[in-house]
Design a protein around this ligand. Structure first.
Ligand code: 5GP
Length: 187
């Protein structure tokens, strides 16, 4: 059976670190590169972390029906999962790994049903999340406020996922996430 693994979390919960770790293991996973209308941050490259599109180009893809799901994750910034990414990865004989926001994750879970494992990464607390976002140093205070408000809201959806990984100690979270994914892919 063709499979997908969905990782969702409030921003700053350490999801990207866990996703990167899983991609480095021999799990046969490949990352679904989303399209976004936000600008690249730091040393992000087009076609690696994201396909960076203008607002107009993003809308064109929406109109063409190119997305499985898309959302305005932050005011003025849209993100979407391209159907072509899933096809590309399955054609390689691999399983798809999604790094996606909470609502998007639940939407994908609905689409893929039993083919999907939906994992919620839970930060130990919203206070720690705040410290992590400040420590990352890539966002303005206003952007951090937005992300914290969203995190509080998103924590309420944890129970709708197939499983939860608590990212208190990163090492433990990596082991836990890897075990859960291995078990799912082996079935
Ligand atoms: P960032 O701007 O920090 O890279 O990502 C912001 C949020 O957008 C993260 O929670 C990320 O998982 C989410 N995201 C990335 N790609 C997609 C996508 O294709 N669809 C949705 N709904 N969210 C996405």
């Amino acid at each position: 059976m063709r499979k997908v693994v969905i990782f969702s979390a409030p921003s700053g919960a350490g999801k990207s670190t866990i996703v990167r770790h899983l991609l480095q293991q021999d799990l046969g996973l490949a990352f679904s590169i989303s399209a976004t209308s936000r600008r690249p941050r730091g040393d992000e490259q087009d076609g690696k972390e994201y396909y960076f599109l203008s607002e107009a180009a993003f809308q064109e893809q929406v109109d063409r029906g190119a997305f499985l799901e898309w959302e305005e994750v932050y005011p003025g910034c849209r993100y979407g999962t391209l159907r072509s990414e899933v096809e590309r990865i399955w054609a390689e004989g691999k399983s798809v790994l999604f790094d996606i926001d909470v609502i998007g994750g639940l939407n994908l879970k609905k689409i893929f049903g039993r083919q999907a494992l939906a994992v919620f990464i839970e930060p130990p607390s919203v206070e720690i999340l705040y410290e992590r976002l400040v420590g990352r140093g890539t966002d303005t205070p206003e952007k951090i406020r937005e992300r914290i408000d969203k995190a509080n809201y998103e924590m309420g959806f944890a129970g709708r996922f197939d499983t939860i990984v608590i990212n208190d100690q990163l090492e433990d979270a990596l082991v836990d996430a890897e075990q859960k994914v291995r078990k799912f892919l082996a079935v």
